[in-house]
Ligand binder design. Structure first.
Ligand code: FES
Length: 116
């Protein structure tokens, strides 16, 4: 039996209001976690917050420079491939690889991204 790793929560905004001011609905922003040398696209739509790897699996463009729709997909701006922010799977039938997903937690202390 494999035990799941504990999640390490990293604070990226000190409040939900600051995160909302920085990231409009339907958009994403690159969050660079220097300690882990990790770039994450923090995305938002009216369903909530999502986080995935920032580099597009196709040609490496920042997914955070794309857009997010209301069915929880993030679109790459270069060739408009999309990935589900719920499963990480590519949804536009280009047979491209998955994106890594990260949990997001918003509390009274701020907005956190979970790393394992
Ligand atoms: S570089 Fe992202 S879809 Fe081609």
């Amino acid at each position: 039996m494999e035990l799941s790793k504990p999640i390490h929560w990293v604070k990226v905004f000190s409040s939900a209001e600051k995160a909302e001011a920085a990231i409009a609905l339907g958009t994403a922003k690159t969050v660079y976690l220097k300690k882990y040398d990790l770039r994450i696209a923090l995305a938002r739509n009216s369903n909530g917050w999502f986080a995935c790897q920032d580099n597009c699996p196709h040609r490496g463009v920042s997914l955070a420079t794309g857009w997010v729709n209301e069915t929880n997909e993030i679109f790459c701006p270069l060739h408009e491939y999309a990935w589900s922010l719920l499963t990480g799977r590519e949804t536009t039938n280009h047979r491209c690889g998955d994106v890594s997903l990260y949990p997001v937690n918003v509390t009274a202390e701020g907005l956190f991204i979970g790393l394992t």
